[in-house]
Design a protein around this ligand. Structure first.
Ligand code: 13P
Length: 248
C-alpha cells in the first residue's frame, strides 16, 4: 500500500503567540486532505501552545538532544518535546549542521534518541553548491545519510528529507531528474541499511512553493516535502498540501 505523503512545515525561528491563529488555520484546512499527513515543526517554546490550540494535529520540534536529561544548558530532550505535545522532530537540518557544527555522529545520536523515545523523526541531508558543481552530490549525500542514520529504526517512524543547501530559501530548485536521481540513491542506501526501506518516506525540501509542488510531488520516490518559508501562511502552505493530495 502506498504511504500517505507527508508535508511538514519547518517554521525555523519564526512564530509568536499571534501566529497561533495561522497554525489553527493550517490545521483546520488540513482536515480536507485526509490522504496527506501534515505537520508543523515550530520553535520549542511555541510547541505547547500550538499543541493545545490544534488538538490532534501534528506539531513537532526542530531539534532534539540525544541525552535523556542532564547538564545541557539550552537544550531540549525528547521527553520534553513529547511532554509539550510534540509528536515529531526534525534532526540534522543543514542550518544546525552548519551553525551548530553538528556532525553526522551527533545527528545519528539525536535521531536514535528521538525514535527510541517515541517521536517521529525527519532526518535531513543535503549537499552544498560546491559539492553539486563538482559532481559529488550523490556520493556526499549518501555518505552523510550512512553516517547519520540510526542502526535500529525498528517500527519507528522515520522520514528522510533531502534538502540541497543551495536550494534552501533561494528560489532555486534542482531539476526533476536531479531530484529523482538523489531520491533513488537515498532509497537504495536505506535498503542497504534497513530491510524495510519502502516504509521510510523521502521528502524533498528547498524552495518548495505552490507553483512547483505538483511537479516535485510527481517525481518518483518523492513521498512529501519539508517546507520552510512557504509554510508560514496557510494561503501559501495549503496549495502545497493540495498538490500532495492531487498526486496521491
Ligand atoms: P525553504 O522552503 O524556505 O527553502 O526552506 C527549506 C527548508 O530548509 C526546510 O527545512
Amino acid at each position: 500500500m502506498a504511504l500517505n505523503k507527508l508535508v511538514a512545515g519547518n517554521w525555523k525561528m519564526h512564530g509568536l503567540s499571534a501566529d497561533l491563529a495561522e497554525i489553527k488555520a493550517i490545521a483546520d484546512a488540513s482536515r480536507q486532505y485526509p490522504s496527506v499527513d501534515v505537520a508543523l515543526c515550530v520553535p520549542a517554546i511555541l510547541i505547547e501552545r500550538a499543541s493545545r490550540a490544534v488538538p490532534g494535529f501534528a506539531i513537532g520540534g526542530q531539534d532534539v538532544h540525544e541525552a535523556e536529561k542532564g547538564a545541557h544548558t539550552g537544550c531540549t530532550s525528547a521527553e520534553m518535546l513529547l511532554d509539550a505535545g510534540a509528536s515529531l522532530t526534525i534532526v540534522g537540518h543543514s542550518e544546525r549542521r552548519d551553525a551548530q557544527r553538528e556532525s553526522d555522529a551527533e545527528v545519528k545520536a539525536k535521531a536514535a534518541a528521538g525514535l527510541l523515545r517515541g517521536l517521529a523523526v525527519i532526518l535531513c541531508v543535503g549537499e552544498s553548491l560546491d559539492v553539486r558543481e563538482a559532481g559529488d552530490a550523490i556520493a556526499t549525500v549518501t555518505a552523510q545519510l550512512d553516517g547519520s542514520l540510526p542502526d535500529d529504526v525498528g517500527a519507528a517512524t522515520l522520514a528522510i528529507a533531502y534538502e540541497p543547501i543551495w536550494a534552501i530559501g533561494t528560489g532555486k530548485v534542482p531539476t526533476t531528474d536531479e531530484i529523482a536521481e538523489m531520491h533513488a540513491a537515498i532509497r537504495a542506501k536505506l535498503g542497504e541499511r534497513h530491510g524495510k526501506a519502502g516504509a521510510i518516506r523521502i521528502l524533498y525540501g528547498g524552495s518548495v512553493k505552490a507553483s512547483n509542488a505538483q511537479e516535485i510531488f510527481g517525481v518518483p520516490d518523492v513521498d512529501g516535502a519539508l517546507v520552510g518559508g512557504a509554510s508560514l501562511k496557510a494561503t501559501d502552505f495549503m496549495p502545497i498540501v493540495a498538490a500532495a493530495a492531487a498526486t496521491g
